[in-house]
Design a protein around this ligand. Structure first.
Ligand code: FAD
Length: 308
C-alpha cells in the first residue's frame, strides 16, 4: 500500500504528491487526466511569481516536478469508488479498470468543472471570448462589452467585478428575478454600466470565425429573439465538484463539495481533500496548490501519530 495515495492530478493533487514524496514516504497519484483544468486553460496571469504562462505548459511543468521524485504516477486512470478503512485501516480506491489501489492515507483532489450552457458556439469560442473565470480572464476584456450568464451569487459578483474593468456588462438571468443575496443586488443596481435582463434564455454564442461578436437570447415572456453585440461572455451557472464517484464515503456539502477543516481533513480519519473539489472558497491554481501541500502535511502528521 501507499503511505499517501493522491486521487487527482491537477495543481492540488500534484502539490500533495510532491510534498508527500519529499517526506520520503511511499506516494502514488491516480489521475484521469494529469494537469486537470490547466489543460483547458490558455493564458494564466495570476500564478503568483510567474508573470505569464499557459495552462498546458504549467501542466507539463507540474508533471515534470512530480516525476523528479519517487512518485508512482497512474495517469489515465479513473477512480470509481472509495472504501474508507477507518482510523487505522487501509483505505481502498477502486479504479474503473477493475484494479484497486490502497493507501494508509488518501488525499482527494478530483477538482471541479464549470457548468456549461450547452448552446451552439459555446464550445467553439471557449477561450476566444467565452470565459468561465472572472478573476482569471476579466482583465482581457478591459474596455470591452461583456455579458455574464447567471444571476446567482457568482454571476452577480462577477458582474460587479467586471463592471470595474470593462465598458459594459449585460447580466442575463433565466428566471424572472435574480437569485443573488440582496446586498449584492443593491450594489449591482448602483452601477451605471450594468444592464440586467431577466427571463432570458441564451440560445447561441455568435462569432466571426475567430472570436465572439455577440450573443442571442430568447425573451421567455414574449418568445422574441434578441441579439446583443459584445466581445465577451462569462458563464456563471455553477461549478460542479467531481465527487459523484465518492457516493457517501465522505461528508459532502449541499453543493456536493467535500467538507474539510482547516487542515484539509474530511469526515473520515486518514482521508484528506484539497482544491476545487472541497468547500474551500475561491477556486484558483495557487489556492489548490496551497491546499494540496497542506493536506499532504496533514496526512504525514496523521501517519506519524498513527505510528504507521
Ligand atoms: P483540477 O485542476 O480540476 O484537477 C482535478 C484532477 O482530478 C484532474 O487530474 C482530473 O483528471 C482528476 N480527476 C477527476 N475525477 C477523477 C476520478 N474520478 N478519478 C481520477 N482522477 C480524477 N485559476 C487560476 O488561478 N488562474 C487562471 O488563470 C485560471 N484560469 C482558468 C481557466 C479555465 C478555462 C478553467 C476551467 C479554470 C481556470 N482556473 C484558473 C481555475 C484552476 O484551473 C483551478 O482552480 C485548478 O485547476 C484547481 O486544481 P485542482 O487540482 O483542485 O483540480
Amino acid at each position: 500500500p501507499f503511505d499517501v495515495l493522491v486521487v487527482g492530478g491537477g495543481p492540488g493533487g500534484a502539490a500533495a504528491a510532491i510534498y508527500a514524496a519529499r517526506k520520503g514516504i511511499r506516494t502514488g497519484i491516480v489521475a484521469e487526466r494529469f494537469g486537470g483544468q490547466l489543460l483547458d486553460t490558455l493564458g494564466i496571469d495570476n500564478f503568483v511569481s510567474v508573470q505569464h504562462t499557459e495552462g498546458p505548459k504549467l501542466a507539463a511543468q507540474l508533471e515534470a516536478h512530480v516525476k523528479d521524485y519517487d512518485v508512482d504516477v497512474m495517469n489515465a486512470q479513473e477512480a470509481a469508488a472509495l472504501i474508507p478503512g477507518g482510523a487505522n485501516g487501509l483505505h481502498e480506491v477502486k479504479l474503473k479498470s477493475g484494479a484497486s489501489v490502497k493507501g494508509k492515507t488518501v488525499i482527494l483532489s478530483t477538482g471541479a468543472r464549470w457548468r456549461q450552457m450547452g448552446v451552439p458556439g459555446e464550445a467553439e469560442y471557449r477561450g476566444r471570448g467565452v470565459a468561465y473565470c472572472p478573476h482569471c480572464d476579466g482583465p482581457l476584456f478591459k474596455g470591452k462589452r461583456v455579458a455574464v450568464i447567471g444571476g446567482g451569487n457568482s454571476g452577480v459578483e462577477a458582474a460587479i467585478d467586471l463592471a470595474g474593468l470593462v465598458a459594459h456588462v449585460t447580466l442575463i438571468e433565466f428566471d424572472s428575478q435574480l437569485r443573488a443575496d440582496a446586498v449584492l443586488q443593491t450594489k449591482l443596481g448602483s452601477l451605471p454600466n450594468v444592464t440586467v435582463i431577466t427571463s432570458a434564455l441564451t440560445t447561441e454564442v455568435l462569432g466571426n470565425g475567430e472570436k465572439v461578436v455577440g450573443l442571442r437570447y430568447r425573451d421567455r415572456g414574449t418568445d422574441e429573439e434578441h441579439l446583443i453585440e459584445l466581445e465577451g461572455i462569462f458563464v456563471q451557472i455553477g461549478l460542479v465538484p467531481n465527487t459523484e464517484w465518492l457516493g457517501d464515503a465522505v461528508a459532502l456539502s449541499g453543493r456536493g463539495e467535500i467538507e474539510v477543516d482547516a487542515r484539509g481533513a474530511t469526515s473520515q480519519p486518514g482521508i484528506f481533500a484539497a482544491g476545487d473539489v472541497t468547500t474551500v472558497p475561491y477556486k484558483q491554481i495557487v489556492i489548490a496548490m496551497g491546499e494540496g501541500s497542506k493536506a499532504s502535511l496533514s496526512a504525514f502528521d496523521h501517519l506519524i501519530r498513527a505510528g504507521a
